[in-house]
Design a protein around this ligand. Sequence first.
Ligand code: C2E
Ligand code: CA
Ligand code: CA
Length: 738
Amino acid sequence: MAVRNLFRGFGDRSPAAEAGNAPQFGEVGVILPSDLKRRLEVLEDFEQAGIGWLWASDAEGRLIYISENAVQKLEQPLENLLAQSLTTLFETDPYNPGERSDRPLAFQLSARNKIIDLTVRFAPGRSKLEERQTWWSISGHPKYDANGDFIGYRGSAKDITAEYERKLEDSRLAEFDSLTGLANRHRMNRKLETTLAAFKSAKRACTLMMLDLDRFKHVNDTLGHQAGDELLKQVAERLGRIIGDRGEIGRLGGDEFQIILPDLDDRGKLGELATKLIQIVSLPYALGDERALIGTSVGIAIAPYDGLEKDDLTRNSDLALYSAKNGGRGQFRFYSADLKDEAEEARLLEEDLRAALLADELELHYQPVVRTKDHMVVGLEALMRWEHAERGFISPGVFIPIAEKSNLINMLGEWALRRACQDAANWPVTVRVAVNVSAVQFATPGFPAIVTNAIAASGLAPDRLELELTESVFMGDSETIDDTFNALKGLGVRLALDDFGTGYSSLSYLRSAPFDKLKVDKSFVDSCTQKDQNSAKIIAAIIGLSDALGMETTVEGVEAFDQFNLVCSKGARFIQGYIYSKPLKLEAALDRMSSGEFRIEPEGPDRHRPERRSMFRRIGVIHLDHRYEALLRDLSTTGARIEGLLGVPPGTDLVLDLGGGQLAVCVVTRSSDATIAVEFESPLVSDGAGGLCTRHRVSPYALAAAGMPLTSLPPGKYPAEAFSAAPSGPPLFMQVAI
Ligand code: C2E
Ligand code: CA
Ligand code: CA
């Protein structure tokens, strides 16, 4: 019966039928009626047995025959299928999990190629998500009539859905990380490669973010691998929620993640996105009964600026990540050409630091903590200082994180603790000493013993020693943490929670951990007198909370009177900041205390001005088609001060070439002698390293269009020649040597 369809189909449309030829799957020839009957029977058996089905199409590619079993299997009336074009009924698998990528069905048909075991999806106008999918393997060959005219395809097909889905699943395993369901390294590499290749010709940008979890190893070590696995899953979910369909996230292995973000190269937006990723990943995790706290660092490289090919871009985002981790935890970094040697640099610095410690070249400076009501100094915070023989002063913000990566931090920390206790033993009893304790140090078994020894050796009363801890001490095994807290409390030393408000500021920890003091982070004070009214409210809230829990509060980083007054009005009773004093050398502090009383009057500017960084950096200044060399002296998000150009009137439009393809359009606001002040057309954004950068850079595509070879941006100055013709007149301003 089924084969009768065959006749119907052929009879309807086939030119072969019109030509009087009997339909068949073999060669054209004379067929005897008995022969025909036998063959029909064989075909019927074949179709009935379910080994495979038969199909045929006409010269226009429309289906004219299909085995009835197949029709039943597809659960579609035959009328729906016949006369439809093969390419609407079947779709080549777009994912192609096989090794070799098959040419699509449409291509094969129009080329009249022989089709061999092509995997297709039965998809008559259905979306991929709908229902169960049906996969077929089809074969067929083109058929020609006696005149050599193409009359359609004759072929066979079989359902391979079950086996194909298994294959899909296998390849999914090979492409995706089974723990988190994210793309794996293999898939990310391929994706990056194909994306970059396609984007290069389409002149599009693509960002690569590299993430690495901070302190993940600690969670694994203390809470076990199962907890570690669970944590990774939750991290993957959080990343997914933030990124959504903006990009593809992958887990490269261990605690390394990668994100590909097509068509995003605005460094302002990328910085915001990275900050958000860091914040969300740094929120606490519930792992069974335990809580865990980790952080993340982010390295960012953007094609085509920082690399055109997969390998370059990957290496550069790795370098940026490395630099982010070095700068302290929980930071992001954009790649820039000067990052290149940072890994090596950190290694050298660590060596030098070790040597400096052994040679007793480190110092402690002491910054007063002052009671606002009578300006009396109630304590001094010990801050480590290192004067490098060749490189000069190196900030603890740089060398502490390097030390934290090796056991050096324990040696440094112990040294600081002993030295500070010794020093403080000679101070008036009303003045305490505060010592910073790194989370790595706090987690080291035997830390309470080190504190005990430092106190005993110096003879300092334990309640005159205050240990400053950050929230990161709370991650890891809560039992060990509790034990350490209890041991320290048992010694009678005071505990302060430093940088409060920058982490996740969990109130539950405040309730359970025995802190005597909260230190409000400088970042709130920086912004409290500016538009950001929230900072002032947060300061008030933290002080209120601290009061309610019976703790003291110190507000850090107060520099100007507007901040001072605001902070005092919010209830601050202790302040540590430049308005009272910068950190002092020990001798200077001793001098001030020699009378037995230590009092400081606040002194500083009336109003806080957002930090301007003084610098001496050579930059290019472009005016019309002239380029001048000048010295950048000050840079803020909104403007800059430049030296080296005479006779530039206010109102002049300039372009600053800040290097590495960063061009900032600006207008001159003030001008005197060789110094000009400019205001940027659009504000600069944070580069993640405490510096500033432009949102956008000159595109290498634009440079290529101007005749330069297409490469990622060179580190130096952008070649102005690429854009402007030779100067059309004499320069308007005079360039003076500085
Ligand atoms: P921190 O514990 O938050 O220390 C306060 C930092 O703010 C110090 O920077 C201090 O000089 C600075 N500061 C205080 N008041 C003001 C102000 O009014 N304006 C401005 N602009 N800055 C102010 P410093 O000395 O560079 O230390 C940076 C960080 O390095 C410290 O932050 C601390 O986390 C770490 N550190 C310093 N010494 C040690 C140490 O002995 N051990 C450990 N583990 N960390 C240390
Ligand atoms: Ca501190
Ligand atoms: Ca602090």
